[in-house]
Design a protein around this ligand. Structure first.
Ligand code: ADP
Length: 503
């Protein structure tokens, strides 16, 4: 199949969170399976150019459309770990992608609507005929209505369109005039069966446009597919999700096993043995990595458990529960390392206060920034890893933690509930148990889980060891997920074949 991902992120060159990891990991697996895979991204000024090979000019004169005028673009091509990637660079006064960040501008709606239209224009002008266009979250969801209302009429041939919802909380609410800017008749979309926002009837909702007009939609875990049709989980789009539920599939993300390979990880001073069943060597290497981590971060080395957390510090990730986990762990003489990227000043201040509060405690490190390399070392050095999220569509960190032999402690929500199987659940076979989970998103829930972590670590060493073994043996490769995506692609293709339309 010829598959084109139109996306706002791609790890490692433009990554904010899991979306970037998914586009990379899924594309790699699809390519391995013999598909022709391409990715289209904005040419951000913050691209990590050292990870792009053979950066060359692909098209010097792509003319796209905005507010009734033609806008000149250059399209570049590069190889990101053998994945062919195109980069759209607009030449306009708006400098849409020269903002020093991927998201976070006041005109994000304009930026990504523009990009989506330009990406389609590129495929159309080049005469490409993808079997599948795969779009991701609100930034590129408008591609589906654009194909339906503009590009099919122009003769653009595409087999099917699939949208993946990585996080339904971000929806891209906008006005009809935003759509008019990129050549659609905005007012025409203000009805329930089209793109009207269910909560604010004067607004349009770009993610809803993707939901309505894509052939198939996927969520990043089976449980999230169910959660988003409820009032609590649907962030206002639950009625739309219920209306289109039959075309939604839940497919658990994988993790990219070469990037996350503790036996070959260049970020680890002490790699793990190639065979994870050598559990004693794994634990020995973990200790050595911990010494290296603690040296680097000036944390005092002890033999007590190290609990860690690597995350974006947004509301979804429950910063208040992370704080509570820090208090609890330190009160039990454990160590805690938090690597948390915080964008808003309030959260930064909150955690800076916490740092001050514990400034004399040598067993705590709090870093409020993004650091890929440090993240790898933290996973490898930790005994346990906490993810207390309020909601979590899939979550990658619990899977990465398991692969690095750090036992996950997770709230029972979304993909966390699908992957972290509680050690004390009598319905789970012992070889399937992978961690500690808790239901309620409050301090009581966090303490309940951590209490069991400390008890198991100190008093049930055999149980602890078998948890580590189970984690290391889990298969979170993209293999299975890529097969499920391929099936969805086939359904999308089948839906658009003339034979099917007749029957
Ligand atoms: P989300 O996409 O909601 O941020 P995921 O668990 O799906 O959460 O993916 C998070 C990814 O981003 C993981 O690869 C994780 O290691 C990485 N990550 C998150 N925060 C940081 C950070 N502060 N520094 C380095 N990597 C981070």
């Amino acid at each position: 199949m010829y598959i084109v991902h139109i996306a706002s992120e791609l790890a490692p060159i433009a990554k904010v969170g899991g979306l970037g990891d998914v586009v990379y990991g899924l594309s790699k697996e699809q390519q391995k399976n013999g598909n022709r895979v391409e990715i289209i991204l904005p040419k951000y000024d913050v691209l990590k150019y050292d990870s792009i090979k053979d950066f060359t000019l692909e098209m010097s004169d792509l003319w796209s459309f905005e507010s009734g005028s033609s806008v000149h673009n250059t399209v570049w091509k590069g190889e990101v770990d053998h994945l062919t990637t195109y980069f759209i660079e607009p030449h306009s006064q708006s400098y849409y992608f020269n903002r020093g960040h991927i998201y976070g501008s006041s005109d994000d709606i304009e930026r990504f609507l523009y990009f989506s239209r330009a990406a389609l224009e590129f495929l159309y002008k080049q005469g490409r005929k993808p079997d599948i266009i795969h779009i991701h979250d609100w930034p590129t969801a408008i591609v589906a209505p654009l194909i339906e209302y503009l590009y099919r009429d122009l003769g653009f041939q595409v087999g099917g369109v699939v949208l993946t919802i990585h996080n339904i909380q971000y929806q891209g609410k906008c006005t009809p005039s935003h759509l008019t800017r990129i050549g659609l008749r905005g007012e025409d979309f203000r009805s329930f069966d089209r793109m009207q926002d269910p909560e604010n009837l004067f607004c349009l909702n770009i993610l809803k446009g993707g939901l309505v007009y894509s052939d198939y939609v996927t969520t990043v875990s089976p449980r999230y597919r169910e959660e988003i049709k409820t009032k609590e989980g649907g962030s206002g789009l639950d009625s739309v999700v219920r209306a289109y539920h039959s075309k939604i599939r839940g497919i658990l993300n994988g993790i990219e096993l070469e990037t996350w390979n503790p036996a070959k990880d260049p970020h680890l001073p002490y790699p793990y043995p190639p065979n994870p069943t050598f559990i004693d060597t794994v634990r020995k290497q973990k200790m050595e990595n911990r010494k290296a981590l603690f040296d680097k971060l000036h944390v005092q080395f002890t033999n007590t458990p190290l609990v860690s957390c690597v995350t974006r510090l947004t509301k979804q990730k429950a910063p208040h529960l992370i704080k509570s986990a820090i208090h609890y762990t330190l009160s039990k003489n454990g160590s805690f390392v938090l690597l948390g990227a915080a964008n808003d000043p309030e959260t930064q201040q909150e955690f800076n206060h916490l740092k001050d509060y514990y400034k004399d405690n040598p067993r705590l490190y709090i870093g409020l920034y993004f650091d890929e390399s440090l993240a790898h070392l933290i996973y490898a050095a930790s005994d346990a890893f906490i993810i207390p999220s309020l909601f979590e569509p899939c979550g990658l960190t619990q899977m990465i933690a398991m692969r690095y032999g750090a036992v996950p402690i997770a709230r029972k929500t979304g993909g966390l509930a699908d992957t972290v199987l509680d050690v004390d659940d009598p319905n789970i076979p012992s070889e399937e148990k992978t961690g500690f989970s808790f239901e309620t998103a409050d301090e009581g829930g966090v303490h309940y889980a951590l209490e069991r972590v400390f008890k198991t670590f100190y008093h049930e060493p055999k149980q602890w060891e078998s948890l580590i073994k189970n984690c290391l043996n889990k298969d979170f490769s993209w293999k299975k997920s890529a097969i499920s995506y391929q099936k969805v692609y086939q359904l999308a293709l089948f839906k658009n074949t003339p034979l099917c339309a007749v029957s």
